[in-house]
Structure formats: C-alpha cells, structure tokens
Write a protein that binds this ligand. Structure first.
Ligand SMILES: [Zn+2]
Ligand SMILES: [Zn+2]
Length: 108
C-alpha cells in the first residue's frame, strides 16, 4: 500500500500508455515512479488460494479398511460403494490401496 504525500489518501494503481502510475483516490495526485510490485503480488495470490480450496473439496476423506492389496500386499485400503449402470445389478465395492494406489473391486 502507498499513500498520497500530499493529502494522505490511498494511492491506486492505474495503467497508462507510458506504464503503470499511482493516482491518489482523494485529490488526484499522480506518482509517476510507482513501485507496483506489491500490487502484482496481491493479485497473483488470490487464484492460488481458490485452487487450493477446490482441490480440498474434490478429495473427500474415504473410509479405510484392513484388506490385503493384491498388488503390493499392503494391509490397508480406502473403500467406497458404487451402483453399476443396471439397476438390478449388485452394488460394487471398490478398494484403493493406501500405499501403492492400486484400485480393485469386489462384488457383494
Ligand atoms: Zn492526495
Ligand atoms: Zn498396494
């Protein structure tokens, strides 16, 4: 943040042909040799935060169970249920190894 040396008002960044300048939003004082790095940093930080939030929502914590992974032999796997396309078919239970990520399914 930069403040006007004349009236103490907040300086706002503005883009003109010659480059970026800072203009006081109270009295209109123009600061030509503006350092806009800090404004760029603030602008760049926001999208990253949004992406982080979205990723958290897309990865809900799955319950785990003790089952032997057929690929690496690890004894714990995430599991979830999914109905297959045909309504009369049985619900399929899926497992994903917490160690190697191998996914397999079990018919119930
Ligand atoms: Zn001012
Ligand atoms: Zn495994």
């Amino acid at each position: 943040m930069q403040f006007c040396p004349k009236c103490g008002g907040l300086m706002l960044p503005k883009q003109i042909e010659k480059g970026p300048i800072l203009v006081c939003n109270v009295c209109g004082y123009v600061m030509k040799e503006a350092k806009l790095d800090e404004y760029k940093v603030v602008k760049g930080a926001k999208p990253e935060e949004e992406i982080t939030v979205v990723e958290k929502e897309l990865k809900p914590a799955l319950p785990t169970t003790r089952i032997c992974c057929p690929k690496c032999g690890h004894d714990t796997a995430y599991w979830w249920l999914r109905q297959t396309r045909a309504a009369d078919e049985a619900t399929t239970r899926f497992y994903r190894c917490t160690k190697c990520g191998h996914t397999w399914r079990e018919y119930t």
